[in-house]
Design a protein around this ligand. Structure first.
Ligand SMILES: [Zn+2]
Ligand SMILES: [Zn+2]
Length: 468
């Protein structure tokens, strides 16, 4: 018997966790964190609804925290098996999990101080750095396209998802002794084939079931050329001011740097300095530079045409901040500056300090380049909120807010349909995950009408028998 239970990213975008059972084997696909505000409170509420010790294997699609962030707690709860992922994912995971752990412990310390002052009991951390190190030790690297046995009757193949560095679609052949192995493809996050740096998603294999993401199931991104034209217009309008780019440290930052590099070589960045003000994004950019062989060959050709061996070298007006003093020093500069800082959804990181100094000033341009989850400050800002809270204080939003859709690392509706239509053989059955309700319903209806697949939307915690 083969069953699947979606314990997260079911009718929502974050918290990707899917438990697959094949006879008595239990494989967890991703172990992500729910994202939103206040890490410490969220972690306390966010339980893992399965027994960590009873899992036999974990497969990680990619390093983003909404897919990996709960791994340390899984080990804290006694999971001792392997975590399968690509080598690049392992490199990124080290950076992301350590950073998330530091943020969490800081949040918790602050909460505990408040509790002490109120005479309440303080709380112990639900995980710490030791658990993070245990995760990294448990990782077993599986290169793309190499079929690997990961348990009795379970064969895993990771395929390039084209989403971020190292991101994989997870192909599983599951032999439960009931005839030919059942073939399942878990999409992880599906890349935007138009965006720079990453390759297009790898060709799909023939499968029986597809579990696919649906983040942008109800909309299409602005085309990439239109996005670039818009970026140019924003830079033009922002001359005499400062542009703040809240960016995810992994993926988006590197794409933006690459694109700004292209502008630089086209003579379109005259008078601008770009500052990458995020220790994590700086570290991640170095990891991207180590794995350039996984990037889109056309973009690599562009780098080598300009004689650049790294993304950093490709953008000569780029400055990397070394410390917080330097970051604070940026506050004194009032024009010609593009500041890229985390976090991408403005729920933490140095971007908050830059917002505090500039959000009330109409010379500031705020440039969003990625998805903003419900409950985040970023979502409030893209929805046009005129007053927001920063560090507990109200601030007027006078900055001009721009959203550049075409930079997304996710496929849009058109690309999701093309991705699904590309499976060879009989139409696989489809389960939609990793999307909010509106996006999922729209995608389901469109797939059924245009492609004719049978589509279901798993409810959180509901177990589905894939083969009895
Ligand atoms: Zn992702
Ligand atoms: Zn995701």
């Amino acid at each position: 018997m083969i069953t699947l239970t979606c314990h997260g990213a079911a009718t929502e975008v974050t918290g990707s966790r899917h438990l697959l059972t094949v006879n008595d084997q239990r494989v967890l696909l991703d172990c992500g964190m729910h994202q939103g505000r206040d890490l410490a409170k969220r972690l306390k509420r966010d339980s893992l609804p399965f027994k960590a010790r009873q899992l036999d294997a974990v497969v990680l699609s990619h390093a983003h925290l909404d897919h990996s962030g709960a791994l340390p707690r899984l080990l804290r709860r006694g999971y001792r098996g392997p975590i399968y992922c690509t080598g690049a994912t392992l490199n990124l995971l080290a950076v992301l999990l350590k950073d998330a752990c530091n943020l969490y412990l800081k949040d918790l310390e602050r909460d505990n101080l408040v509790r002490k002052r109120r005479g309440q009991k303080t709380q112990n951390p639900v995980y710490d750095m030791e658990d993070v190190l245990a995760v990294l030790e448990a990782c077993q690297v599986v290169p793309y396209n190499l079929a690997t046995a990961i348990g009795p009757g379970i064969t895993l193949t990771l395929l390039d998802a084209g989403h971020i560095l190292g991101a994989a679609m997870v192909h599983l052949a599951l032999d439960d002794g009931q005839g030919a192995p059942l073939r399942l493809l878990f999409s992880g996050d599906i890349g935007n084939a138009d965006s720079p740096l990453m390759r297009d998603p790898a060709p799909r294999p023939e499968v029986d079931w597809v579990m696919m993401e649906s983040t942008y199931g109800n909309r299409n991104h602005r085309s990439y050329p239109a996005t670039l034209a818009e970026l140019e217009t924003v830079l033009e309008a922002a001359r005499g001011g400062v542009v703040l780019v809240p960016a995810f440290a992994v993926g988006r930052t590197q794409e933006v740097l690459f694109q700004l590099g292209c502008f630089y070589h086209q003579g379109k960045l005259t008078g601008w300095h770009v500052v990458l003000d995020s220790p994590m994004a700086i570290e991640v950019t170095q990891i991207y530079d180590q794995w350039l062989e996984l990037m889109d060959p056309e973009d690599l050709a562009m780098l080598s045409r300009e004689g650049s061996a790294t993304l950093e070298a490709f953008l000569p007006c780029l400055h990397l901040t070394q410390n917080t003093d330097e970051s604070m020093g940026l506050n004194r500069i009032n024009q010609g500056l593009i500041i890229i800082a985390g976090s991408g959804m403005c729920n933490g990181g140095r971007i908050l300090h830059h917002l505090k100094h500039r959000i009330w000033d109409d010379r500031t341009h705020l440039l969003f380049t990625g998805f903003q989850a419900r409950g985040t400050l970023g979502r409030q800002l893209v929805e046009g909120e005129k007053r927001v809270k920063l560090f507990g204080q109200p601030y007027a939003v006078r900055a001009q807010v721009h959203t550049l859709g075409g930079f997304s690392a996710h496929a849009d509706q058109r690309q999701l349909l093309a991705w699904l239509a590309d499976f060879p053989g009989p139409r696989p059955k489809v389960l939609l995950v990793h999307g909010e309700e509106g996006a999922q319903l729209a995608l389901k209806a469109t797939i059924e009408a245009q492609l004719g697949h049978q589509v279901a939307i798993p409810e959180p915690g509901q177990t589905r028998v894939l083969r009895s």
